[in-house]
Structures are given as structure tokens and as C-alpha cells.
Design a protein. Structure first.
Length: 244
């Protein structure tokens, strides 16, 4: 009986959270007031790009998993899985090139930001476990536009993305043209980058949607804005810079 109550509590909280996330999406897309006070974190093109990529990556991940797991081969053999996987990869590639060409400065600064690492980030990394498990917020050093955890995610998207595109191109177009060893290594590396990128994506999505400390995170990637208070607490250095 006791266990039943606990399970019901867990199920209710999971459904409650999913409901909150869907509610935030619908509310913020349909009813957000653009004049609401706050600071802009993500521009409209960046947000549109983010959600386009997110949908494509989830589709690529699901179809890739079906093709990859031997027991699920029936769905793979049905051909649609493979076609969907390839079409999403072509669309993704096209979207990426178009975005890069159109927003060259933003794209280059994304790459630069991801590869710029400072010694002081060690302080954030040391304090992070305590902070994300409910520890004292004041112990966290003030952050730039993104924190080192988000930088690790950005780096992952670049490194895993490049590996997945290069090995994916070999798997798609070069079967028979490259040595069997190269083909096998491409398959292995493609799967490895998928597993690492996939695990990091799960962490990214959980932190961004349901972690209590990141309360305005989902909102910021839908509407672009966070409150001044949130910006000050989470990204102190960035807030100081933009307030000048
Ligand atoms: C599918 C579910 C996803 C969800 C729910 C999600 C959610 C979010 C949220 C809430 C933010 C804002 C974080 C903040 O600054 O407070 C964000 C930012 C970002 N997302 Fe996603 N995202 C998803 C997928 C992806 C994918 C597939 C990629 C790239 C392959 C991606 C790349 C990024 C990047 C680079 C940022 C900016 C840096 C950061 O804040 O981590 N996201 N996302």
C-alpha cells in the first residue's frame, strides 16, 4: 500500500512535469508578451535554428537507433527508417550551411566561444555538483553568456556533429569505394559519436527543461528573454557587460 502511494506520487510528478513543459511551450509561443521586461539571451534566428536542429536530431537519433539495434532490424528493413534517416541528414546539412552563410558572424562566434577555455572555469566545475544538487547558490562564481557546462555541450555538438557528418557521408556514399576496414571504422565511430552525443543531449534537455535551478531556461530558448534577476544570478559577468 505504502509502495503504491509512492509510485502514484512518482507517476503524478512525472506527468505533472511533462504537463508543465508542454504548458510552457504553448503558453510562451502563443501568449508571451514581447514587451515583457527582461534581457534578450537568444535571438529569433538562433531560436528557430535551435528547434529546427532539435527536431532533426531527435528524428535522426530515433531512426539511427532503429537501424543500429540488431533486434529492431525489421523496422530498418522496411526501408522507411533508412530513407527518413538519410533525408533528415540532407535537410540538416542544408540548414546548417544556410544558417552558417546567413549568420556567419554568429556562427563563427559560436565556434570561437566553444573552443575558448580559461583556467578560472575550474572554479565553476568544482562548485557545479554541489550547486546542481541544491547547494548554496552564492558559492557559484559569476558566469559569462554561457557557463562551462554549456560550453562542454557546445563543444560536443561541434565535435560529434563533424564526426557524424564525415562518417555518415562515408557510410552513405562510399560503400565499396573505400577499403572494408575504413567502412567498418566509420560505422564504429558513427555509433560512438551517436552514443556520446545522445547521452549529452539527454543531460542538456533535462537540465534545460526540468531542473529547478534552470527555471527560466526553457522559456529563454522559446521567447528569447530571461528576467534581469535570473540573468544576474546565473550569468553575472554577462549581465554586467550588457548593462554597461
Ligand atoms: C530535444 C530537446 C532539446 C531541448 C529540450 C533543448 C533545450 C534547450 C534549452 C532550454 C536551452 C537554453 C539553455 C539556457 O541557456 O538556459 C538550450 C540551449 C541550447 N541548445 Fe538545446 N535543447 C534540445 C536539443 C538540442 C539539440 C539537438 C542541440 C544541438 C545539437 C541543442 C543545442 C543547444 C545549444 C548549443 C544551446 C545554447 C547553449 C546552452 O545553453 O547550452 N539543443 N536548449
Amino acid at each position: 500500500m505504502e509502495k503504491n502511494k509512492k509510485e502514484q506520487g512518482l507517476i503524478a510528478s512525472i506527468f505533472g512535469t511533462i504537463g508543465d513543459i508542454i504548458g510552457t511551450f504553448i503558453h510562451d509561443i502563443l501568449f508571451d508578451d514581447p514587451g515583457r521586461p527582461g534581457v534578450m539571451r537568444f535571438s529569433l534566428p538562433a531560436r528557430t535554428f535551435h528547434w529546427t536542429v532539435a527536431i532533426l536530431v531527435v528524428l535522426l537519433g530515433v531512426t539511427g537507433l532503429i537501424l543500429f539495434v540488431p533486434g529492431w532490424g525489421v523496422a530498418g528493413l522496411a526501408c522507411w527508417t533508412r530513407i527518413t534517416h538519410r533525408v533528415c541528414a540532407y535537410v540538416f546539412g542544408t540548414v546548417l550551411v544556410l544558417y552558417f552563410v546567413t549568420y556567419r558572424k554568429n556562427s563563427l562566434s559560436y565556434i570561437k566561444e566553444s573552443f575558448t577555455w580559461k583556467r578560472e572555469y575550474l572554479g565553476w566545475l568544482r562548485a557545479a555538483i554541489d550547486y546542481y544538487t541544491g547547494g548554496d547558490e552564492s558559492k557559484m562564481p559569476p558566469q559569462e553568456h554561457i557557463n562551462p557546462g554549456q560550453k562542454i555541450w557546445q563543444l560536443t555538438t561541434i565535435i560529434c556533429g563533424v564526426i557524424l557528418f564525415v562518417t555518415g557521408a562515408i557510410l552513405c556514399f562510399a560503400k565499396g569505394a573505400v577499403a572494408p576496414g575504413v567502412f567498418q571504422w566509420s560505422l564504429f565511430t558513427h555509433a560512438l559519436a551517436f552514443i556520446i552525443g545522445g547521452c549529452m543531449l539527454i543531460v542538456h534537455a533535462i537540465l534545460g527543461t526540468i531542473h529547478p535551478r534552470m527555471s527560466e531556461s526553457l522559456r529563454s530558448i522559446i521567447t528569447g528573454k530571461v528576467s534581469e534577476e535570473y540573468a544576474k544570478n546565473h550569468y553575472g559577468k554577462w549581465y554586467e557587460e550588457i548593462s554597461k
